[in-house]
Design a protein around this ligand. Structure first.
Ligand SMILES: *[C@@H]1O[C@H](CO)[C@@H](O)[C@H](O)[C@H]1NC(C)=O
Ligand SMILES: *[C@@H]1O[C@H](CO)[C@@H](O)[C@H](O)[C@H]1NC(C)=O
Ligand SMILES: *[C@@H]1O[C@H](CO)[C@@H](O)[C@H](O)[C@H]1NC(C)=O
Ligand SMILES: *[C@@H]1O[C@H](CO)[C@@H](O)[C@H](O)[C@H]1NC(C)=O
Ligand SMILES: *[C@@H]1O[C@H](CO)[C@@H](O)[C@H](O)[C@H]1NC(C)=O
Ligand SMILES: *[C@@H]1O[C@H](CO)[C@@H](O)[C@H](O)[C@H]1NC(C)=O
Length: 545
């Protein structure tokens, strides 16, 4: 039964709205023994300067698939959609069909990955409608099957972490668990709401079908179950695979089982509250319990990979899609993750010492948990923390390098933000971007809410330096101005060095402008976004300076 395909397999495990400092390997409150043990394994690297390519859900999901910043492929903001047929009519994701990581594996070795099941997507998609005939309803088909995957078992967007589809049928509603929310959360205002799982089914009316029985109370186990059966099939065929599991844990509404909450409160699966602090609130217990459930599910994924003989030749990436909820005005300096009635704005997640949280340009918005394992390259030299910059969009170029794959001729000149981390995996102790011929690692990041231009923000990273202009959590006037931080000495972004280092600031602003111009070019000439010519949020305040 054990098989060892000669070609590697690839697994991207994406978790949701979990902060940099939420896992217990980074001093988090919920104990995550399975994730910690794998993170510290000699064939794994804990990437402490790991970033989600966006600061919210849909944008980061696009970056994993395309190796590019999400604005290049028209994903400006979160995709809200509760109607499967129409969805958001003007939502676009890569309308010119940007080459994706699914395409990369299938076209590199069609005989191995290119068949019906070679690229699998499970969980939260959030990049468009599943109906293959959405166009007939005024929408646009943009399912995993359109973007390089060949099989899916997915929800169209966010879903609760318990009894996910309980509102899909009147007779299932009695089982709905709303936790501390006491009611549906993330549902349309008119009450229509059905978070269901869908999969490819050529015999169904719209090319997909949905689940006709209720989901279990632990959504992460549903996903592991679906993935494990998929993997067993691949093993039987002795074929490698590429798969992504996008867990709903622990986006709101996060709801943990009673057992998980009780065990946390008793201190079995959680660190106790700080001395002198009140017991954990219901909301905190739900969050930490959700982390425990995720950790159990993670343990089962690793077990299944080992059982089927894949583990030793699978490159696994584990990451969060952005920082934790919620923002912390007025300046983005968030308190420790304790929730109390006095601090209603913060969620239980923790970005630790970082400034800001989800949506922020400050590190807390996008510096997230990131771990990679791959025995064939790391060869037992891992098991430590690495502080070189890695971003979700590095996944595609890394997979491509491992398969000696290139993009199709028509897209070879298209901008790519990601860089392969193969050299880092080979030399985790010595590798430095700074010493490569391209020089210090750089990337741009932006948050753009079309309805709230005022809260938008932009940033640019170059080696240890970071330029920030605008960040949702900071509504003070100075936050609209260009700020400059040295992340090597000031991880928490507390000391603005813009005045002290005007030359560095100018250099980063120049690099930012060039990057922004290349984003606009991608929108206009590559993806050909409908909204390509809108003045993509080059910070208006930047030109006012
Ligand atoms: C975790 O705590 C230890 C001991 O206090 C500290 O040295 C380490 O820097 C902390 N890690 C993070 C990521 O905060
Ligand atoms: C959608 O899928 C169904 C079932 O495979 C097929 O009959 C139909 O032609 C497809 N429609 C489009 C627009 O591709
Ligand atoms: C989704 O499932 C429901 C039953 O729960 C069914 O009535 C509906 O037709 C399904 N939709 C599609 C497109 O298969
Ligand atoms: C999707 O996953 C669920 C849960 O594991 C499973 O019941 C269902 O059969 C799966 N669908 C397919 C096509 O594998
Ligand atoms: C990629 O190329 C290298 C060097 O030519 C070779 O050793 C390796 O086997 C190739 N890998 C794949 C997956 O084709
Ligand atoms: C590159 O590395 C050198 C030596 O470690 C360091 O002094 C310099 O600040 C680095 N450059 C950047 C842009 O981070």
């Amino acid at each position: 039964m054990n098989i060892t395909p000669s070609l590697p397999s690839f697994l991207f495990l994406l978790v949701d709205d979990i902060g940099w400092a939420d896992f217990s390997y980074n001093n988090g409150t919920a104990l995550t023994p399975n994730i910690d043990a794998w993170a510290k394994d000699k064939n794994s690297l804990i990437l402490q300067d790991f970033h989600s390519g966006g600061t919210v859900c849909s944008p980061t999901r696009a970056t994993i698939l395309t190796g590019r910043n999400h604005f290049r492929d028209c994903v400006d903001y979160v995709y809200g959609c509760d109607d499967m047929s129409i969805c958001v009519p003007d939502f676009e994701f890569a309308p010119s069909r940007t080459f994706t990581v699914g395409d990369a594996v299938r076209t590199a070795h069609p005989e191995e990955y290119g068949d019906y099941g070679g690229a699998y997507f499970a969980g939260k998609w959030h990049l468009g409608s599943f109906f293959n005939d959405s166009e007939a309803y005024g929408g646009k088909t943009s399912s995993p099957l359109v973007h390089g995957f060949t099989k899916m078992n997915a929800t169209v967007e966010v879903a609760p972490t318990a009894t996910t589809n309980c509102q899909c049928k009147p007779e299932w509603r009695k089982d709905c668990q709303f936790g501390h929310y006491d009611g549906p959360n993330h549902c349309s205002p008119d009450g229509r709401c059905c978070f269901n799982y869908w999969w490819d089914d050529p015999l169904s009316a719209h090319g997909v079908t949905n689940l006709t029985w209720p989901t279990p109370p632990d959504d992460s186990l549903y996903l592991v179950d679906a993935f494990s059966r998929y993997m067993a099939e691949r093993a039987q065929q002795k074929k490698p695979f590429l798969a992504q599991i996008s867990f709903h844990n622990c986006h709101i509404p996060f709801i943990a089982s009673k057992t998980a909450k009780v065990r946390c409160a008793k201190g079995e699966t959680c660190r106790p509250p700080d001395p002198g602090s009140p017991p954990y609130t219901e909301k905190e217990l739900d969050y930490y319990g959700c982390m425990t459930e995720l950790d159990n599910a993670f343990g089962q994924v690793i077990e299944a990979l080992k059982k089927h003989g894949y583990y030793d030749n699978t490159m696994i990436w584990f990451a969060s899609d952005n920082g934790p909820e919620q923002n912390c005005p007025p300046d983005g300096i968030c308190k420790k993750a304790s929730i109390s009635p006095q601090r209603p704005v913060e969620g239980p997640g923790s970005a630790g010492p970082l400034r800001g949280r989800k949506r922020d340009i400050y590190e807390g918005g996008h510096r997230v948990a990131g771990i990679v394992s791959f025995p064939p390259l790391i060869q037992g030299r891992g098991g430590m923390q690495v502080w070189e910059t890695v971003v979700t969009f590095d996944f595609l170029p890394t997979v491509m390098e491992l398969l000696n794959q290139t993009r199709p001729p028509s897209q070879q000149s298209w901008a790519l933000d990601g860089r392969s981390i193969v050299a880092l995996l080979k030399e985790p102790n010595n590798f430095q971007w700074n010493n490569t011929k391209e020089g210090p690692r750089s990337f741009g990041i932006g948050y753009y809410d079309p309805k709230q231009i005022i809260s938008n923000g932009w940033g640019y990273r170059w080696g240890k330096w970071k330029y920030v202009q605008g960040s949702v959590s900071c509504n003070k006037k100075y936050c609209r101005k260009p700020q400059l931080f040295d992340l090597e000495t000031d991880l928490g972004e507390r000391h603005d060095l813009a005045e002290a280092n005007p030359d560095v600031l100018r250099l980063l602003q120049q690099k930012f402008r060039e990057w922004h111009a290349s984003i606009m070019k991608s929108r206009q000439e590559e993806s050909k976004c409908q909204k390509a010519n809108l003045p993509l949020p080059l910070p208006t305040f930047m030109s006012e300076e």
